[in-house]
Design a protein around this ligand. Sequence first.
Ligand SMILES: [Zn+2]
Length: 303
Amino acid sequence: MNKDIFSGIEYLGFDNASEINIFSDKKQETEKKVDSEKMKLHNLLVSSLYEKEVRCPVCGCIIKTKVVKSSSTRILSKDSDFFLRYGDINPYFYDIWLCNVCGYAATKTDFERIRDSDAEIIQKSISVKWHGKAYPEYFDVNIAIERYKLSLLNYCIINAKLSKKAMNCLKIAWMYRLINDNENEQLFLNEAVEGFTKAYSSENFPIYSMDKFTVLYLIGDLSRRCGKTDDASSYFSKVIVDPTCPQKIKELAKDQRELMKMDAKKAEEDSLDEENQLDEDTTDTTSTKKESIFSKLFKKSLT
Ligand SMILES: [Zn+2]
């Protein structure tokens, strides 16, 4: 590439133009790269998922569900409320099994465990309204949100245990966290806090493999995330001061309590900074006003 082609226009702001190759098909190269990445992900999904045939306990139809091979998942990190961040294959997307014939949906662990009386309720309240949907071969976060909401609706209709509804809400909140939708995340976190708080005082432990201290800690952390700092402090304290609480949970509670203190301190400092800035702005305005009055006076005296 001749570096002189775009010479002479650098002063207009185009000082990188000499790197441009006027006949390269960059767009096609980018498209090829995107296609190759899509193909890679497709191949990965093919090798990571398999189909399982299940009989729907509500309508009796045989449905095909997708199951993620546990060997294919890779955990990258874990959030303080136990949300697992996965690599390319996200098992949360396939957590809900749905019968497309009758509209019954539940988590894969609950799907086949439904009482006959509840199956009847689903038929009367869900199946009669269900339109069905053709889902794509592989699911994404938006499909996961939709399926989690269908499952939540089913749990509400059959008046499932509080902890089941709370966990379902928490998982929806996590999906919204994945796409940085803070407003909806908060909506479902608040529901999860309410559900787990009620479940704590009315259900037997373990709840989703969590002992009572872990549930207390979780309620504390969800309260912290919802901005209910007084509630969060109170739950964390209950965990920290109990001599029978496992050390691991105590450490988690201490970490989050410390984080809350740091957040509060930072918020206080930010507010002080804002106040100072406001004071400075006011002073600036006053001095500008004074200056402008003086400059006018000065101008007047000149004229
Ligand atoms: Zn069905």
